[in-house]
Design a protein around this ligand. Structure first.
Ligand code: ADP
Ligand code: MG
Length: 407
């Protein structure tokens, strides 16, 4: 290959693993059940969807893609997407949604299907319902309200819930999809008990290892490059179910291989990718890490935080203090008990520790998770980078399944 070819390959890898929300069907991995559930709801034309989960699990991507799965056969989708901002009230949000519906319909030659008015000073739920009622039954209108958790205005939340209920009661064919960061639906939807029948809940969890592998295969197969199975496994395990990290680590590893004029990406390239990642990572991670582990005393805050990041967790990212014992002992190379790091957990989930962890449940059933899920792979990669996990432990960690650290 000429140096121009290598440069082109470099660009191609950077484009393929760009870490932006997915908006092309062939770049979207896994999530079959969720895609089907959402499509079915839209096709039924009576109920609405609330899609929720941790930051970075792929909510925006799923809402971008699910309706394109059968896009060829279902030409009549008219999909409007709006982002919620902290300044929004009910009117500003829903005026934008109506404008977007109309403009998308017009842009795709379906303007006749969507003869709605968008010139409003302010809006009530019934007015929105009356406009949506005008849409032709030949169209499959969908309104996606992304980042709905950012909506600060409580009235706007109540009115949006009222709107959903009204759309349901009047059998309006437009499907509303509320998307947001939340642990459960009541965090996102005001008075959800009264809208219960009108809503299909789609919780989105972290991705499985197979789904993360699929992300790598799908993208790299569009280039002449290959990843060794080892390299793929390392990337997948480090990603902790978060597809963003799979993309960033794959990108850095592949770029490292390209620099050395190799078409096969190995574990050595993944090691180099970790260094690159730590070097050009967002300042926000670094600050949060420092805030959590800063101390005057000799305590092992960094080790504890790493152990938390490595602890076996459920697919929503929650772990218990007992799950931290194993990784903490492995890192400290000594048999440790909960008492050794209990106060660290308390610190991490308080103002003092920058609230890097959030706590759930009472004294007895307490569980923790990283407030920002993205912090978790960061902490692990940093731990490997600074030698907190020795070569041996790392090999074993990467060979074994997540969390089952040997001591
Ligand atoms: N199904 C998927 N296949 C491939 N990449 C994905 C998938 N879902 C998410 N991603 C990637 O994960 C990252 C976060 O996705 P995004 O949709 O923005 O998450 P959220 O909206 O939940 O914060 C992005 O880099 C995106 O490219
Ligand atoms: Mg999003």
């Amino acid at each position: 290959m000429s140096s121009d070819d290598w440069l082109m390959l470099d660009f191609e890898i950077s484009r393929l693993f760009d870490g932006a929300p997915v908006d092309e069907e062939q770049m979207f991995a896994g999530r079959l059940n969720e895609v089907t559930k959402m499509l079915r709801t839209v096709m039924e034309r009576s109920r609405h969807v609330v899609l929720f989960g941790e930051r970075g699990v792929g909510k925006t991507s799923l809402s971008n893609i699910f309706w394109r799965r059968y896009g060829k056969t279902l030409q009549s989708f008219v999909v409007a997407r709006v982002q919620t901002g902290p300044q929004d009230d009910f009117s500003s949000l829903w005026i934008r949604a109506l404008e977007e519906l109309k403009s998308v319909a017009t842009g795709s030659g379906k303007g006749d299907y969507v003869p709605i008015q968008t010139e409003f000073e302010s809006l009530t739920p019934s007015q929105v319902r009356r406009e949506l009622q005008k849409i032709s039954p030949n169209a499959l209108p969908v309104v996606i309200i992304d980042e709905y958790d950012k909506l600060g205005n409580r009235d706007a939340k109540i009115l949006t819930a009222n709107l959903i209920k009204e759309l349901y009661d009047f059998s309006i064919t437009t499907t509303v999809i509320l998307v947001g960061v939340a642990e459960n639906i009541s965090e996102l939807v005001e008075d959800h008990a009264s809208t219960d029948r009108a809503i299909v809940q789609v919780p989105l969890n972290r991705m499985s290892e197979d789904e993360l592998k699929e992300i790598i295969y799908q993208r790299v197969s569009q280039t002449p490059m290959k990843f060794t199975p080892d390299a793929i496994l390392t990337i997948v395990i480090l990603s902790r179910g978060l597809p963003f990290f799979t993309q960033v680590l794959s990108k850095h590893a592949a770029l490292n291989a390209i620099e050395q004029r190799k078409l096969t990406v190995t574990n050595a390239d993944v090691d180099a990718a970790m260094t690159r990642f730590i070097n050009d990572t967002e300042v926000s991670f670094r600050d949060a890490y420092r805030a959590a582990t800063r101390t005057n005393q000799k305590s092992n805050l960094q080790e504890s935080l790493l152990a938390c990041a490595l602890a076996k967790c459920d697919d929503e990212g929650f772990f218990k203090a007992t799950d931290v014992v194993e990784p903490y002992s492995a890192i400290m190379r000594d048999k440790k008990r909960i008492a050794h790091f209990e106060k660290h957990l308390r610190r991490f989930s308080s103002e003092d520790g920058g609230n890097v962890l959030v706590k759930r449940g009472g004294e007895r059933q307490q569980t923790f998770r990283f407030a920002d899920p993205m912090m978790q792979p960061y902490v692990i990669i940093r731990g490997i980078q600074t030698g907190m996990i020795d070569e041996m432990a790392k090999k074993l960690l990467l060979q074994k399944q997540q969390g089952e650290l040997p001591i």
